[in-house]
Design a protein around this ligand. Structure first.
Ligand code: HEM
Ligand SMILES: *[C@@H]1O[C@H](CO)[C@@H](O)[C@H](O)[C@H]1NC(C)=O
Ligand SMILES: *[C@@H]1O[C@H](CO)[C@@H](O)[C@H](O)[C@H]1NC(C)=O
Length: 322
């Protein structure tokens, strides 16, 4: 009896712990800074618009930073930390090295926010708002961004290597890497619509354009023109993920997939005779379904393991801990 009641206590305690940890995202709220930083939204928006007017691709780059931050131990700004002599961060992890960009723009947005409310807004939240504003500026849907995340004091290169799916992934691998952070297959397909904007490097699509048969042959030929077959030559040459409109956020990505015009191996996996084909067709012909699923999935991704309360810190400089 005594042993029963003590194990019951353990179970009750565990249940509370699970509830407590599980509800940490419930502490995020859309009005988190409404008193402490009333000019936050217009400040971020104008900095994002000015960066995009200089280079439209930067909107895509910022969106990708948010994805790569959230998938690695949650949306905690860990990706933004620079390496130091005693610390290796995420910037040089396999999915980010020579590829993740826009850190200077995040710095500019952070400075603009520090000017209006010093020491108040986390880098993790600034990235979340800048991502929404990037999507909207490039023509995509809008949403209310949940806020109240705090910044990590550390980062993990190993976790970045392991948690962000590579473009060689097949459908099952894509499904399981999203499921590992609590995102469904539907979320995965909707979030992949982000590849309606931005660019990829030859090294990430070479094998596909020379070796795969589920690819439109004229697209393969065009891409081969700027991506030499030999590994190591032209590795960083760029091609648009969406061949028609790489700076407009719409559902064109799915129209491309239906026509075997996905640039990455992983892209075409979403429409290759498998379980996600019908959803790709739906998004390709129904922009409003795509928009609402994309928004719902972005909000879910933004809820991944935030640091809240007294965890983490509000970094002064997004590149280093205070
Ligand atoms: C489904 C699994 C995914 C894989 C395998 C993948 C892989 C990639 C790769 C290989 C690139 C090109 C990087 C380079 O060559 O330098 C890329 C670019 C990009 N990805 Fe993804 N990605 C995935 C999902 C996502 C998600 C969920 C988002 C956003 C929510 C996203 C947003 C972007 C954007 C916007 C770019 C273009 C960035 C730029 O032009 O700077 N991706 N992705
Ligand atoms: C992560 O991947 C990079 C690039 O492949 C590699 O150099 C590095 O050693 C890896 N780091 C860890 C901690 O696994
Ligand atoms: C294409 O596949 C062959 C056979 O697997 C391989 O040897 C070759 O390196 C691949 N080519 C590219 C460009 O990936």
């Amino acid at each position: 009896m005594a042993s029963f009641s003590s194990s019951a206590k353990v179970i009750v305690t565990l249940a509370f712990l699970v509830l407590f940890i599980g509800s940490s995202s419930a502490q995020l709220s859309t009005n988190f800074y409404s008193q402490s930083c009333p000019r936050l939204f217009p400040t971020v928006k104008s900095a994002v618009q000015s960066a995009i007017s200089k280079e439209a691709r930067i909107g895509a780059s910022i969106l990708r930073l948010f994805f790569h931050d959230c998938f690695v131990n949650g949306c905690d700004g860990s990706l933004l930390l620079d390496d130091t002599s005693s610390f290796t961060g995420e910037k040089r992890a396999a999915p980010n090295v020579n590829s993740a960009r826009g850190f200077d723009v995040v710095d500019n947005i952070k400075s603009a926010v520090e000017n209006v409310c010093p020491g108040v807004v986390s880098c993790a939240d600034i990235l979340a708002i800048a991502t929404r504003d990037s999507v909207v500026t490039l023509g995509g849907p809008s949403w209310n961004v949940k806020l109240g995340r705090r910044d990590a004091r550390t980062a993990s290169q190993a976790a970045a290597n392991r948690s962000i799916p590579p473009p060689t992934s097949n459908l099952n691998a894509l499904i399981s890497s999203f499921s590992a952070v609590g995102l469904s297959t539907r979320d995965m397909v909707a979030l992949s619509g982000s590849h309606t904007i931005g660019q990829a490097r030859c090294t990430n699509f070479r094998a596909r354009i020379y070796n795969e048969t589920n690819l439109d042959s004229s697209l393969a030929q065009t891409r081969q023109g700027n991506c030499p077959r030999i590994a190591g030559s032209g590795d960083n040459n760029l091609a648009p993920l969406d061949l028609q409109t790489p700076t407009t956020f719409e559902n064109n990505y799915y129209k491309n997939l239906v026509n075997q015009r996905g640039l990455l191996h992983s892209d075409q996996q979403l429409f290759n005779g498998g379980s996600t084909d019908s959803l790709v067709r739906t998004y390709s012909s129904n922009p409003s379904t795509f928009n609402s699923d994309f928004v719902a999935a972005m909000i879910k991704m933004g809820d991944i393991k935030p640091l809240t309360g007294s965890n983490g810190e509000i970094r002064k400089n997004c590149r280093r801990r205070n």
